[in-house]
Design a protein around this ligand. Structure first.
Ligand code: DC
Length: 230
């Protein structure tokens, strides 16, 4: 069967990576988390004193981009994808609050995006990949054979995040979370470089009222249909 590229884009907190990972596992494809790559650049900045009280030291970062090589490998036990920054496992560090705080500034820099896109296209050379992000179907792989744009109402996404925080045993304010979700949607959709938008040929998956199993089935059915046609 012909191997294809699968691009899964969409809003934050709508379960993209969970569904992309499980699809990749089900069909024997490699999974790539493009958001993790922007997070790894943010971590590089934090580790190399490229962040100060005024924000990111953009000129310095620009001149050091050639020192940043990001790759992925499978955890030998869990088989989950691990992000490597210059060969070092940074999977846990890139999920820290410090990284989360600065990553959207990093992802808005045109030279960072150009570099990441080049690395992402290299990862897709042999096809047989699932990549999730914000601009995979529009910019990184405009010719991807399967494109999905995931969304859910802001209220549903805020409720999911609220439930996650409460389940961890932490305190949360639903209205505050909802406001944050709406703010991030606005930033993602209105930024100058590669704003979040659905590719014209992407299929919309609104998972507001779908279970995880229903989403998995939806994606598998679509994958089978597309690969039969290829
Ligand atoms: O999906 P995430 O929260 O791990 O993404 C981290 C940041 O990177 C977030 O600010 C969105 C941005 N991003 C992006 O601009 N383009 C992508 N293809 C993936 C993520």
């Amino acid at each position: 069967m012909k191997r294809i590229i699968i691009a899964i884009d969409g809003f934050s907190s709508c379960g993209k990576s969970t569904m992309a990972k499980s699809l990749a596992r089900n069909i024997g494809y490699l999974y790539f988390d493009s958001g993790a790559m922007y997070r790894a650049v943010a971590l590089f900045c934090l580790n190399n004193n490229l962040v100060n009280s005024d924000g990111i030291d953009v000129n310095n970062l620009r001149s050091r981009m050639n020192e940043i090589k990001i790759s992925f490998e499978a955890d030998p036990i869990t088989k989950n994808s691990i992000t490597l920054l210059n060969g070092k496992d940074v999977e846990k560090d890139i999920r820290s609050l410090e990284v989360s705080r600065i990553v959207s500034q990093i992802a808005a820099l045109d030279f960072v995006r150009a570099d990441m896109i080049e690395q992402q296209r290299c990862m897709g050379k042999a096809k047989g990949i699932v990549m999730d992000g914000r601009d995979i179907g529009t910019t990184v792989f405009p010719d991807a054979e399967m494109k999905v744009f995931v969304t859910a109402s802001a209220e549903v996404r805020a409720q999911r995040r609220y439930d996650e925080i409460i389940a961890r045993g932490d305190k949360a304010d639903y209205n505050e979370i909802l406001e944050n979700v709406q703010q991030r949607d606005h930033i993602d959709q209105t930024r100058e470089v590669s704003p979040l938008r659905k590719a014209d040929d992407a299929l919309l998956l609104d998972n507001s009222h779908m279970t995880r199993e229903e989403q998995e089935q939806w994606l598998l059915t679509l994958f089978k249909k597309i690969t039969e046609e290829c």
